[in-house]
Design a protein around this ligand. Structure first.
Ligand code: ADP
Length: 370
């Protein structure tokens, strides 16, 4: 509905007729007070407001509409005599009028302005609705995610204790009875021990994955990646030597982040390079620094291994996605943890593996420390 406010009856009549012919429902008021009453009782979408009213100025009516939280969304199209000063026009717009027309107003221009204002309002309402829905969905997602994280943490944490008990008692049985019972019993005790060790590795992995998703902002410090990599390679020394692998690295930049998480990241990527080598060739892994912008640096970890088919290159970053069976140990949470660590740092991780057996290069970006 449109409220047409004008004390000049012939002019008001002509505009009401024009708007009704264009299909709008129209109510009329001839004074400022009458207009304010009808605005409250009818809630029009738009007020066509003459500036010169007998009891108060149209500018004041507009100010009252726009300063009332319940009414401020009503559109105001102010119309005034050509004699008005440009200062008054500025005053009207400053008071919150959504548009301003000066007499004599062409009927085509008036209708087009009304249509345009209503269109914009409709689009704004749609946008607000969509934004509201998006925010709701986002809040739900955050809550679900937090629930899930709490659940994963509690489950992994609480499972450790009974698992330690199983492992300890199986160890005790093994020490006391292996060699004294039959061969099958010895084998069963071995299976229990292996199962417990595997489950313990899985729980450790889940806890690391969980930890990588937690807020670490307070620990962000300048980190020398050369030092982090040196520590990591020390931890992996045994696996590297045993598999005759060669791991090399170029000088790496300083970044801002969490050294412990980044060591975990290098460990996962290098460990995968060692695991997924070609059957007839020991692993060669090289870590280098790629592009560098003012904000981010890019690091590459490349290997000469079996490669990753293009169709699997995205899914392997999801938890528990593996392309290998029991022949190579693992649970499929290494790359998911890497992704979490990088996202925590505000970067991204991706890979290139052009052909089967042409090796894989993992790239990731981290915040630069100038
Ligand atoms: P996991 O190694 O425990 O299976 P990851 O999340 O680290 O779990 O890796 C997921 C899968 O991605 C692996 O099962 C493997 O198939 C594949 N993959 C990861 N890194 C490499 C690599 N460097 N070369 C070839 N395949 C890889």
């Amino acid at each position: 509905m449109i409220l047409n406010v004008d004390d000049h009856e012939p002019g008001r009549y002509a505009r009401t007729r024009l708007l009704k012919q264009a299909g709008y429902e129209v109510a009329e008021a001839s004074t400022g007070n009458e207009a304010l009453e009808l605005i409250t009782s009818l809630g029009p979408s738009l007020v066509l407001l003459d500036v010169n009213l007998p009891d108060m100025s149209g500018l004041e009516v507009c100010r009252r509409i726009k300063s009332d939280a319940d009414l401020s969304s009503i559109l105001v199209l102010q119309v005034s005599a050509s004699a008005i000063t440009s200062q008054d026009r500025v005053g009207a717009l400053d008071n919150g009028a959504d548009a301003y027309l000066i007499e004599p107003v062409d009927s085509g221009v008036l209708l087009a302005t009304v249509r345009a204002l209503l269109r914009v309002r409709e689009a704004e309402a749609e946008l607000a609705k969509a934004n509201g829905a998006l925010q709701e969905a986002n809040e739900l997602l955050i809550r679900r995610n937090e629930d899930l994280q709490r659940f994963a943490y509690a489950a992994s944490h609480d499972l450790q204790e009974p698992l330690r008990t199983i492992s300890n008692f199986a160890g005790l049985l093994e020490r006391r009875y292996v060699g004294r019972l039959d061969a099958e019993a010895d084998q069963i005790l071995g299976f229990i021990q292996q199962g417990a060790a595997r489950m313990s590795t899985l729980i450790q992995g889940l806890l690391l994955y969980e930890q990588a998703g937690q807020e670490h902002g307070e620990n962000w410090t300048p980190v020398d990646l050369n030092q982090v990599l040196t520590w990591t390679l020390k931890d992996l020394e045994k696996s590297i030597t045993e598999s005759n692998a060669i791991v090399t690295f170029d000088p790496l930049p300083m970044i801002r982040g969490n050294a412990a998480l980044l060591s975990q990241l290098f460990q996962n990527l290098i460990h995968n390079g060692l695991k997924y080598h070609k059957p007839d060739e020991p692993a060669r892994i090289h870590i280098s620094s790629q592009n560098k912008t003012q904000d981010m640096v890019e690091i590459a970890v490349s290997d000469n291994g079996i490669g990753i088919p293009v169709k699997f290159q995205k899914i392997i970053f999801s938890p528990f996605q593996r392309l290998h069976g029991a022949e190579s140990p693992g649970f499929g949470i290494g790359l998911a943890t890497c992704q979490r660590i990088i996202e925590r740092h505000g970067g991204r991780i991706w890979l290139e593996s052009p052909n089967r057996y042409a090796g894989t290069t993992f790239y990731f970006s981290l915040p630069n420390q100038p």
